[in-house]
Write a protein that binds this ligand. Structure first.
Ligand SMILES: Cc1cc2nc3c(=O)[nH]c(=O)nc-3n(C[C@H](O)[C@H](O)[C@H](O)COP(=O)(O)OP(=O)(O)OC[C@H]3O[C@@H](n4cnc5c(N)ncnc54)[C@H](O)[C@@H]3O)c2cc1C
Length: 384
C-alpha cells in the first residue's frame, strides 16, 4: 500500500500518523521548505491545541453537521492522550483551552511530531508542489521538474486561503474546479471587523481593551475581551460572531459594557453621582467609551442618565466589513461536503481524501480549528 499525502500541515501530519500505523509506504509532499508553517504561526499566538468540553457541546462549535461524526472519531480527549504518547504533555488553561505545558514550545511540538513520523518511516519531500491528480497518480513539481507519482491512496491537506505566506494560498482551487469538484468560495473567518467609528477616535484609542463585555450581533452574543484597532474591533467575541456578521453587515455590533448591571441600576447609580463624567469613571467604564460619550453626544444626551445608561448597555458599532482573508486566522468555504463521503473521500475519486481547512467548515478560535484538522486527518488516515 502506497499512501501519498500532500501538504504538511497538522491535518496531513495526523493523516500520516495514522496511515503509517497501517504499514506500507507513506510519502508527504510539501511545497514549502519546511512542514507546519501555519501550525507554527498558531504557536506564536497562544497555541490552543484544542479545548475541553463535553462532546455534544464541543461539536456545537462547528459550522457543519458533518464535522460531528469526524470529531467523535478523534475527540479532544483522544488528542490529549495521543500527544502524551508522543511525549507532549498538555494543560488546560483557565478558559478551557488546551495548551502544551509551558516548557514545551510550539517548535518542539512540531519537531517531536516530525521525528516520530520519520522514525516510523514517513518520508518527507519539500519544495514539492501538487500540479495535477487523477485516480491513481499525482503530478508533483520539484524545482523545475514535474514528476508523475502513482499511489494507492492520496490524501490532500492543502489548507485554505488565510495567511498565504505560510503556503496555504488556495492555489489548488482552480485544479479542483477543472475536475468539476465544487469549491465554495473562501471568505474570512475569525477575522477582525472594520467598523464605522470616527477615525480620530480609532487612532486615539487603538490598543485599548474592553474587558468583560458582552458583544452581540443579531441574536448571537459572546462575553470576553475586545481590542480597539486602527480600523475597528478584534478579539475572541468578534471572531465568534463572524458568521453572523458576515451574513448581515447592515446590522451593528452591540457592546454591553456592564453585563452584570440592569439598565435601571445604572440609571440609579448615575443619579447618585455628582456629574456624568464622575459617574462613568466610578462605573469603571473604559476611557475610550467615556471619551466617545463626551465627544459625540450632545450636552442634553450626555447629562441624560437614561440615554447614557442605554449607551453603556447597547453601544452600537456600525460595521463596514471583515478584514481581508490574508489577515484572517481562518476561512469559511472550501471543498463542498456534497463532494465527500463520510470518510472524507471524494465521491468522484474514491482513492482520494481531502482534509483540514481546505474543506468547507469553520469554527471559532480557542482550539476548535486545530482539533478539526487533527480529527479529519485521523479519519482519512485511519480509513486506509
Ligand atoms: C495567526 C493564526 C493563529 C492561529 N491560532 C490557532 C490556535 O491557537 N488554535 C487553533 O486551533 N488554530 C489556530 N489557527 C488555525 C490553524 O493553524 C489551522 O486551522 C491549521 O493550520 C489548519 O491545518 P491544515 O493542515 O488544514 O492546513 P495548513 O496548516 O494550512 O497546511 C496546509 C499545507 O499545505 C501546503 N500546500 C498548499 N498547497 C500545496 C500544493 N499545491 N502542493 C504542496 N503543498 C501545498 C501548504 O504549504 C501548507 O503547509 C491559527 C491560524 C493562524 C493563521
Amino acid at each position: 500500500m502506497k499512501t501519498v499525502i500532500i501538504g504538511a500541515g497538522p491535518a496531513s501530519l495526523m493523516a500520516a500518523t495514522q496511515a503509517v500505523k497501517k504499514g506500507g509506504e507513506v510519502i508527504v509532499f510539501e511545497k514549502m521548505k519546511t512542514a507546519g508553517r501555519k501550525f507554527l504561526v498558531a504557536g506564536e499566538g497562544g497555541f490552543n491545541l484544542s479545548h475541553i468540553g463535553e462532546l455534544d457541546d464541543f461539536i456545537s462549535y462547528y459550522s457543519h453537521a458533518e464535522m460531528a461524526n469526524i470529531i467523535r472519531q478523534f475527540t479532544n480527549e483522544d488528542l490529549i492522550h495521543w500527544l502524551e504518547d508522543i511525549g507532549i504533555q498538555t494543560y488546560v488553561g483557565s478558559s478551557g483551552k488546551i495548551f502544551p505545558i509551558k516548557e514545551i514550545k510550539p517548535a518542539m511540538v512540531l519537531t517531536t511530531w516530525l521525528n516520530y513520523l520519520k522514525q516510523n518511516g514517513v518520508v518527507f519531500v519539500f519544495h514539492a508542489t501538487l500540479i495535477d491528480f487523477d485516480q491513481n497518480s499525482v503530478t508533483i513539481k520539484t524545482k523545475n521538474e514535474c514528476e508523475n507519482i502513482t499511489f494507492d491512496r492520496l490524501i490532500l491537506g492543502l489548507g485554505a486561503a488565510s495567511w498565504p505566506k505560510t503556503g496555504s494560498d488556495a492555489s489548488w482551487v482552480s485544479l479542483f474546479q477543472s475536475k468539476k469538484l465544487e469549491v465554495i468560495p473562501f471568505q474570512s473567518s475569525n477575522a477582525g471587523c472594520v467598523c464605522n467609528l470616527p477615525s480620530d477616535f480609532l487612532t486615539q484609542f487603538q490598543g485599548s481593551i474592553f474587558k468583560n463585555v458582552i458583544v452581540s450581533h443579531k441574536n448571537n452574543n459572546r462575553k470576553g475581551e475586545v481590542l480597539v484597532t486602527e480600523y475597528g474591533l478584534e478579539g475572541a467575541p468578534i471572531y465568534y460572531l463572524n458568521p453572523s456578521i458576515r451574513n448581515d453587515f447592515s446590522f451593528p455590533i452591540i457592546i454591553d459594557f456592564k453585563p452584570n448591571y440592569q439598565l435601571t441600576e445604572i440609571v440609579d447609580f448615575l443619579k447618585k453621582s455628582k456629574n456624568t463624567t464622575l459617574g462613568l469613571k466610578h462605573l469603571k467604564l473604559p476611557d475610550a467609551f467615556i471619551f466617545w460619550c463626551k465627544t459625540y453626544l450632545n450636552k442634553d444626551d450626555y447629562t441624560d442618565h437614561k440615554v447614557i445608561a442605554s449607551h453603556i448597555k447597547h453601544f452600537m458599532v456600525p460595521i463596514n466589513r471583515l478584514r481581508p482573508i490574508e489577515e484572517a486566522i481562518s476561512c469559511c468555504g472550501g471543498v463542498s461536503w456534497g463532494e465527500l463521503d463520510t470518510n472524507l473521500r471524494l465521491k468522484k475519486f474514491p482513492n482520494i481524501s481531502v482534509i483540514g481547512e481546505m474543506v468547507d467548515w469553520e469554527a471559532p478560535t480557542g482550539g476548535y480549528l486545530l482539533q478539526g484538522a487533527f480529527s479529519m486527518g485521523f479519519v482519512a488516515g485511519s480509513a486506509i
